[in-house]
Every structure is written in C-alpha cells, then in structure tokens.
Design a protein around this ligand. Sequence first.
Ligand code: NAP
Ligand code: GDD
Length: 360
Amino acid sequence: MKSALITGITGQDGSYLAEDLLQRGYTVHGLVRPSSTRSRWRIDHLCSEERLHLHEGDLTDGSRVTRLLAELAPDEVYNLAAQTHVAKSFESPELTAEVNALGVVRLLSAIRTLGLGARTRFYQASTSELFGAVPESPQSEQTPFHPRSPYGASKLHAHWVTVNSREAHGLFACCGILFNHESPRRGEEFVTRKITRGLARASQGLQGAVPLGNLDARRDWGHARDYVRMQWQMLQQEVPEDFVIATGTQHSVREFVSWAGEDLGISLSFEGKGSEEVARVSSVTGESAAHVVPGQVLVRVEPQLFRPTEVGSLCGDASKAKRRLGWRPTVSARQLCTEMVAADLDLALKERFSQASDPV
Ligand code: NAP
Ligand code: GDD
C-alpha cells in the first residue's frame, strides 16, 4: 500500500486529490496549517477515513517540514500548498515568495538531506501563469516563460528548482503546468466562483451587482477533478517529466458571466465600455430567478479590480499529456459553469430559507 503527503490538502485540488488517492488505496497524509480549522470544509467528508491523517504545519517552517518527512517517509509528495491568488501577490510579494518559492526549496532539501531521494517521488504544482505575456498560442511545454505577477515569478522559481533537483540530484520530481481549473469547491475569490456564487445569490435577492475587473480576460478553464487525476498519473511514469494540462479552448470572463446568467434563467446584455461597463438583465425566464427584474444591473466593472499587469489570454496545448499518458479533459468550460451554478444556487436557496426561518 502506497503513502502520499499532500500539502494544501484543504484547498480545491488537495481535497479532490485526497479523494482520488484514497480510492486508489493510498494512505494519505495532509499538511494543514494550524490556523486552518475554519477552512477544512472541503475535506470534512473524508475525516472519518482511517487512511487519512492530518498533520499541522506550515510550508514556511522548514524544521517542521523536515521532521514530518522524516517521520512519514512517503512514497509520493504532492506540493499543492501556495498563496494562490494572483491579485493578492501584488500586495504581498514577500509572503508569496516565502511560501511558493522557498516552500518548495524546503521540501526538496528535506527529501535530499533525509536520503529519501530513492524512495519519494515529488509533484510540484506549476501553473500557466508562468507563460504570462504569452509569445504564442496555444502554450505548450516548449513555450518560453514570462510571468506577469509576483505569484507567477514565485512559481517560476519553484518550477526551476524542481527541474534542477531532477537534473542535479536525480530526484523523481515532476512539474504539472496546469491551466485554470475550477469546481464548486473553488475559492470564492477566483473569478468563476465569484460569478456563480454572486449571480446565484443575486437571483435570490441576497446581494446586489457583482463587482468584477477585466471582463476581456480569456482563460482555458477545465474541471479540477480531471486535473488531479493527471497529477497522480505524472508520478506513475517510468521517467520524471513535466506536462502541460489544459483543455485547448479559451473563453472570456464576459462569456462566463453570460453562461452563469443563462443557467439561472437570466438573459444579460452588456452595456458601456471599460470601467463604465455593466451587465443588465434583459429578460428572466427561470423560476430560480424570481427575485430578479428586467433592467436590473447584475455585474458592474470595478476599476480597482484590474491588476497592475494582466495575463490577458491563456490557452494550453496538452497534446503531450494526451499522447504519452492518454489524459483527456472530460468536462467543458460550459458544463463546468452549469455544475458550479447548480451548487451555488443550492447554497443560496439554503441561505434564503435559513434567513426566512430565523426567529426575529
Ligand atoms: P487553493 O484552493 O487556494 O488551496 C491552497 C492551499 O494551500 C490551501 O490548502 C491552503 O491552506 C494552503 N496553504 C497556503 N499557504 C500555506 C502555507 N504557508 N503552508 C501550508 N499550506 C498553505 O489552491 P488550488 O486551486 O487547490 O491550487 C493548488 C495548487 O495548484 C496551488 O499551488 C496553485 O498555485 C496551483 N495551481 C492552481 C491552478 C488552478 O487553476 N486552481 C492552476 C495552476 C496551478 P488553508 O486552507 O489553510 O488556506
Ligand atoms: N479573481 C478575479 N476577480 N479575477 C477577475 C475579476 C475578479 O473580480 N474580474 C476579472 N478577473 C480576471 C482576472 O483579471 C484574470 O485575468 C481572470 O479573471 C482570472 O482570474 P482568477 O480567477 O483570479 O485566476 P487567475 O488566472 O488569475 O489565477 C488562477 O489560475 C492560475 C492558473 O493560470 C489561480 O488559481 C492561480 O493560482 C493559478 O496558478
């Protein structure tokens, strides 16, 4: 029976990966931040599993990370923990580098100095943000990197440190260069979830217009469950290598807003330009949107939400992953939106009914 350590197990990917590995018969160890008791909702349903063990620690604490690896000597380490919000990285570049760049250095150094190199395989969560100011489209393993944020720069360091540990010390270390992947478990601060959660709540009269930044940004959105499967597959190869994981199609934030409206029975029309742009209700057909009226503004552009430097367009070429590992995405961006809206409408309805039944 294999064992794995997942850093970032309380996050979107960590929760799906833990499910996947438990189903495969693994013993799963998760690193959880001591302060993260409130953010364990994504793994609550797994906590009765005998083969799941949570260990408190933080990627900024090298001695804790080393002791944990010495104690567990896992077959596989999946490093998913990170300060993951690109916009926040402009405000906290030092913390972002401390966790995202030096966190990986700490893990790899521990594996090496503990003599675990021959036993422990390592997965690093690289990102399409490495491509940043893309020189070509779609982006593949051969596309040069040009990050556009402190987040992207920290992940670039992490990426090359991982590649170097393989080349210099022979570690079995792989980077998954993953394009955006979403799910009902996505954090509410990321744009897809902000849209589905915000519009679902607005459809129930629980909030007003959703403030958004750059509606023109284009992303290659896939489903997180498909993407964690590939993280495991990468560590089962004979020779460690890096892979781009993506769907190969891209859509704008504006399209995603329209889809979410459609899924709620709300037809939206966009008016105005730049920071004056809004999405207004043109008609309502769905019963689920009973609290919305034609003419109402459901999305407004908020200039403060624009980033100092933006990654305007990302689209990945995952043909290497298809060819070598038989990996294919199973969920389109449109289907993903529908799944997320359904989950967020359910939450919004519960919120409305709980408000209605609250004693005055
Ligand atoms: P997420 O939902 O934001 O989860 C991040 C995880 O990292 C959480 O468990 C968080 O713990 C943990 N964490 C943050 N700082 C930490 C620290 N100092 N020490 C230990 N743990 C820490 O992220 P995700 O979407 O699952 O992404 C997983 C990984 O893939 C990340 O490395 C991300 O950069 C990368 N990635 C994601 C995407 C995507 O589209 N989702 C695409 C490419 C790459 P708390 O719960 O305590 O906050
Ligand atoms: N978050 C957010 N909030 N983004 C907005 C908003 C808003 O109100 N309005 C427009 N956007 C635009 C952003 O400017 C960006 O161009 C796009 O929507 C996607 O933003 P996010 O959902 O925050 O994702 P991201 O692409 O910046 O980063 C995510 O994907 C990366 C992989 O490419 C994160 O998960 C990263 O951790 C990950 O590496």
